[in-house]
Write a protein that binds this ligand. Structure first.
Ligand code: ADP
Ligand code: ZN
Length: 731
């Protein structure tokens, strides 16, 4: 609202949450004539800066003389953040131990959205004016504009097939007059009745339960369905119900799951594509979605984890697809897990939440077993296709010769598949050509100067790349240590190297590498995914991004180059992650027609994770994993928090980590491990130490940490202490 909308001038104060790391809102004077309500988005002075914040309270009980306060500078013309969202912000801050202002900052991620879009300059035909002389180009323009509507200069030129100078010439003669047009209107709303699918009886039963949840407050439903069982189709029915009730829905997907394919499927079901929200959209689109969500005009958003923080005015449903995926965890600034926070937002808003996965997280499985979540099982593929046949290739006895990475057994499976015009996918979760480069003459290894990590050779780019800080350098001809020419050897495989081997073995096949770092960015990736879907490649070599949710109808064979890769980590979730990744990636095979095969290359074929996969006994895996977590007091039976301490200097960082650890409050329920040097001991030139706090589930670990932090010495001299509640990364 504008300042002069209100007739009566009163002297009032308001507390405003500002987007910086302070514990509390600050109090400001509301200028005479201005009107604010809780949630109003305002511009305020902060030190020497101006920042955008949100009114948190219009009646703070501060016994302050308003005249001593700084004044709110501007009240933005945007809908105020509603009560539910403000409670959510406070809750997330309390849980993650982040400052509430830092959470608010995630909500106010679109500066452009805070004021209405400015009108666009346009041209309108002045009907009683004609040009001095007519040309074919001019005639086309006049015919195009004969409708009397306003056009943009470039839009009219493009539609009439002329250059803009023709338009300018006509405007000069008064044939067109300048006008202002409102910015592009929002697209049509999705239609729940547009194209409903014929669900199988099992699917229909689950869809019915999801619809019934709309009358039951904040219920969480876990759809636990094998790959290709129609989870998407089923939760679309919940989206349809939200639409029928005039409510908004948000579907969270791992960033890379936002494919062309997903958008098309949505459009097929609802008649129009959904609004998108992720890191790649333009600021203008971002602003439109933000405003549309706040005004209620945008009804369905499909987005990455940050979409959970959009200011929905009538949110009625939250879906988290591939709920087990680690991409939902954000580790920088505010560290939160969007899947867990989705459950919280649903609870605060009293709306249903749907979690979907073929390989649910152990956390969600336990919540379902304890009756906190509903669990709906889809045990079969919708097409009736069988799940892929899986087998292990024992690399100790059946492996390839030295310097090669594809075992003969896998080579012949690819050959058979290729001969039958089926697609094969080779999965290796390693970007680049080789994970390590060394000098044959002196043994020198190429390491990042800023990180404790090897440089990864990317042969297509001709570069050595650090996967932790992004540092790149040219591949030198001579070893920088001993000067020997042409003595560098690549050790171990990355996807590029496997592709090279495939090209040698199958010169006639169309080979495609799918990896997130390829030149051309997300657009190219979307195109290439589509190409694979349409059969434009025979053998695909991919990193984990191919494992996620895609439907490649012609994919018959999935070969896992290194099934042991994820198991070596000292991470409590290593087994779970490996199980999920391998089940997902092999689940790409034979989704529609069945007859899919999965071959897993492993040096430890007797590992319980591989055994569980091969026997298709998921339940046995979950039972064993849940028992192991319970016995060790690990999540979800215990709570974990990591303290990551970093600094520019090793000794000072270690000393600080020790000082923090020494003042940890004594509490029998809480165990503190460390400080220990992190596995990634240095990143971007900063040395890293870690502490881990462990407690049983019923302990208020956040309360304990808050108390601890009041005792900890301040972090000075470039030192930093970050708290990560429920860490997913242990590096
Ligand atoms: P999931 O999300 O469980 O992996 P999808 O929803 O992607 O499964 O479904 C897999 C494939 O089966 C898709 O091509 C989908 O359109 C199709 N499908 C699912 N359910 C049905 C159904 N009831 N009738 C026809 N096709 C279906
Ligand atoms: Zn680095």
């Amino acid at each position: 609202m504008l300042f002069d909308d209100l007739p009566e001038a009163r002297e009032t104060i308001a507390s405003v949450l500002v987007p910086v790391a302070v514990p509390e809102p600050y109090t400001y004077r509301v200028p005479a004539g201005a009107h604010v309500v809780p949630g109003s988005i305002v511009r305020v002075p902060l030190g020497t800066r101006e920042v955008t914040g949100a009114v948190w309270d219009t009646q703070p009980d501060a016994a302050i003389n308003p005249r001593k306060l700084k004044e709110i500078l501007h009240v933005h013309d945007a809908p105020p953040l509603n009560d539910e969202l403000r409670r959510f912000i406070d809750w997330v801050a309390g849980w993650t131990l982040a400052a509430p202002g830092m959470v608010l900052r995630m909500v106010l991620r679109s500066e452009d959205a805070l004021e209405p879009e400015p009108p666009v300059p346009g041209l309108q035909r002045v009907l009683d004016r004609s040009p001095d002389r007519m040309t074919p180009a001019r005639a086309r323009v006049l015919a195009t504009a004969a409708d009397g509507l306003a056009w943009t200069r470039s839009g009219l030129a493009a539609t009439a097939g002329v250059s803009t100078s023709v338009i300018d010439g006509l405007a000069e003669q008064g044939v067109f007059e300048p006008v202002f047009m409102t910015a592009t209107p929002l697209p049509l709303p999705p239609d729940p009745a547009f194209n409903p699918p014929q669900l199988t009886p099992t699917q229909a039963g689950v869809a019915e339960a999801l619809v019934a949840n709309f009358d039951r407050g904040g219920v969480v439903a876990l759809i636990d369905g094998v790959t290709g069982s129609g989870k998407t189709e089923v939760y679309f029915e919940a989206v349809a119900e939200a639409l029928r009730r005039g409510r908004q829905a948000v579907i969270l997907v791992p960033e890379i799951g936002l494919t062309e394919q997903f958008l098309r499927r949505f459009e097929t079901r609802f008649g129009v594509p959904p609004a998108e929200w992720h890191s790649e959209i333009t600021p203008k689109k971002r602003a439109r979605v933000w405003r549309g969500v706040a005004s209620g005009e945008v009804q369905v958003v499909v987005g990455a984890r940050s979409a959970l923080f959009l200011p929905f005015s009538r949110l009625g449903l939250i879906v988290v697809d591939e709920e087990h995926d680690t991409a939902f965890k954000q580790d920088d600034r505010v560290s939160y897990n969007a899947r867990d926070m989705a459950v919280v937002r649903g609870h605060l808003a009293r709306i249903p939440v749907v979690l979907a996965s073929a390989t649910p997280s152990v956390e969600s499985r336990v919540n379902a077993d304890l009756g906190r979540y509903q669990r709906h099982v889809l045990p079969e593929r919708a097409s009736g296709a069988s799940l892929p046949d899986l087998a292990v290739i024992d690399m100790r006895t059946e492996g390839p010769e030295r310097g090669r990475w594809i075992a003969p057994g896998l080579v012949s499976a690819i050959r058979e598949t290729f001969a039958q015009k089926g697609q094969s996918l080779l999965f290796l979760n390693r970007r680049g050509y080789a994970p390590l480069t060394l000098c044959r003459s002196c043994g020198h290894r190429f390491q990042c100067s800023q990180c404790s990590a090897w440089l990864v050779e990317h042969r297509m780019k001709g570069k050595l790349v650090c996967h932790h800080c992004g540092h790149t350098e040219a591949i030198p001809r001579a070893c920088p240590a001993c000067g020997t020419q042409d003595a560098l050897v690549a050790c171990g495989p990355g996807v590029e190297r496997v592709a090279e081997e495939v090209e040698g073995l199958f010169p006639d096949a169309r080979v495609l590498v799918l990896s997130s770092d390829l030149l051309g960015g997300p657009d190219r990736l979307r195109r290439e995914m589509k190409l694979v879907e349409e059969g434009g490649a025979d053998i695909v070599i991919g990193t984990q991004l191919v494992a996620k949710g895609h439907n490649f109808p012609l994919m018959k064979l999935v070969g896992v180059i290194d099934a042991d890769l994820g198991l070596a980590h000292g991470d409590p979730r290593a087994a779970e992650r490996t199980f999920q990744l391998l089940a997902q990636v092999t689940g790409r095979a034979g989704r529609i027609t069945g007859g899919g095969r999965g071959l897993l290359q492993s040096y430890s074929p007797d590992h319980p994770v591989l055994k569980a996969l091969l026997s298709s006994d998921r339940e046995a895996f979950y039972r064993a994993e849940i028992e192991a977590r319970r016995a060790a007091g690990l999540p979800p039976f215990g709570r974990l928090a990591a303290l990551v301490i970093s600094g520019p200097e090793k000794a000072a960082t270690e000393a600080y980590a020790r000082a923090v650890s020494r003042v940890a409050p004594a509490d029998r329920a809480v165990t503190i491990l460390g400080p220990a040097e992190a596995a990634l001991a240095m990143v971007r030139g900063r040395h890293r130490y870690r502490l881990l706090a462990m407690a049983p589930r019923q302990v208020d670990l956040q309360g304990y940490l808050r108390h601890w932090m009041t005792l900890a010495p301040p972090a000075r001299g470039g030192l930093k202490l970050q708290i990560d509640i429920d860490p997913q990364q242990f590096l």
